[in-house]
Design a protein around this ligand. Structure first.
Ligand code: THU
Length: 130
């Protein structure tokens, strides 16, 4: 099993914890940190829909809140036909904590997988105020 396969397996497992009473669309994500730790997350919805947090940001914020701000790879699983496409907010948050060349793997329910980089997901990203 490759490092990416391990991350995919954890993303799929994390989707089982998704709190999705409104969309019924579970998403799971897993991120690897620079020192080899893995953090997972799922989407967490709210009756006030706009307060929903995506699986990607849950995983990233769990890593950052544990002191791991340098992330190297992310896998995202969506229980859908096509690989799930991260929303704009998640792309911007990814740009904050990954390298532009960091690997992103997006996985659909039947295992269909696409790979890209953080920079491909968000070209010419906003980085700082200068
Ligand atoms: N969602 C994610 O968790 N990640 C994505 O990349 C796309 C969308 C969630 C948010 C919401 O709970 C549900 O999917 C439907 O939009």
């Amino acid at each position: 099993m490759t490092d990416t396969d391990a991350l995919i397996a954890q993303a799929i497992a994390a989707s089982e914890k998704a709190y999705v009473p409104y969309s019924h669309f579970p998403v799971g994500a897993a991120v690897r940190t620079k020192n080899g730790r893995i953090f997972t997350g799922c989407n967490i919805e709210n009756a006030s829909f706009g307060l929903t947090v995506c699986g990607e940001r849950t995983a990233i914020f769990k890593a950052v809140s544990a002191g791991c701000t340098e992330l190297t790879e992310i896998a995202v699983y969506g229980k859908t036909v096509k690989p799930v496409s991260p929303c704009g907010a998640c792309r911007q948050v990814m740009a904050e904590f990954f390298q532009p060349s960091s690997k992103v793997t997006l996985i659909a329910q039947d295992g269909l997988t696409v790979e890209m980089t953080v920079e491909e997901l968000l070209p010419y990203s906003f980085t700082d105020l200068i």
